[in-house]
Ligand binder design. Sequence first.
Ligand SMILES: Nc1ncnc2c1ncn2[C@@H]1O[C@H](COP(=O)(O)OP(=O)(O)OP(=O)(O)O)[C@@H](O)[C@H]1O
Ligand SMILES: [Mg+2]
Length: 250
Amino acid sequence: MKNIHKHFGGVIALRGVDFTVGDNEVIGLIGDNGAGKSTLQKVLSGLYPPTKGEIYIRGEKINPRDYSVKKAHELGIETVFQEKALGEKQALWRNVFLGRQPVGPLGFLDVDKAKSETDRIMKDFLGFTGAGISPESTVSTLSGGERQGIAIGRAMYFEADLIILDEPTNALSVKEIGKVLDFIREVKRRGKSCVYISHTIAHIYEVSDRFVILDKGKIVDRREKGDLTEQELIDELTHHAAKSEEGADV
Ligand SMILES: Nc1ncnc2c1ncn2[C@@H]1O[C@H](COP(=O)(O)OP(=O)(O)OP(=O)(O)O)[C@@H](O)[C@H]1O
Ligand SMILES: [Mg+2]
């Protein structure tokens, strides 16, 4: 992403952001409330067109008029939202194959295959064995962490090259958080990339290769994990937050 600006009427959410995700890299995107993290994620995942700036995927310049969440999926970019990842009233298998139905020889949805593949995703990627969840379960019966898990499992199943997670651990139990962090490690192990947005620095620090700090719509720092300790990262964020507050008084 080059020189990305995003305005919402008079609100300037992003002001000239340069952001690159490399091969097999986990990036922790951090910053205060309203810094522009979700906006950057939504521009990258095709939900919002940028007001200005350029996006390149595998070196190819993207035409903003052709770019959408669907197009991003086709290009191997999947986004996992805490809330909107899955449709509430549907069976899991329908959700997993939403918009990407496995079709049989006559072009009809292959329901048996969709169910068996969903079962495989649950066992292989998520370790849900006999937890009372099956491909037939309704999404509304799953816990927050389980939903998050299914959304991530789906992204992995379709072999997304880049998975973007926005606050995936909000309101999750300790055990579920552990699972989400395991997923991110698994993304890394499979040679894929991840952008991980969170306010919990301990989690970000644990799984990321490098950190990008956003403040009021601008990137204010980029650090490699090897260059600083978790405490130094926290100190740095505190420092930026304090500077923001000084700025707010002017
Ligand atoms: N759809 C929108 N319409 C108007 N303003 C918006 C919209 N989306 C975001 N903004 C504004 O853009 C700024 C950045 O918001 P954004 O959601 O990107 O922040 P964030 O870093 O994700 O914050 P948080 O950590 O609280 O999730 C905020 O001032 C917000 O009010
Ligand atoms: Mg946000």
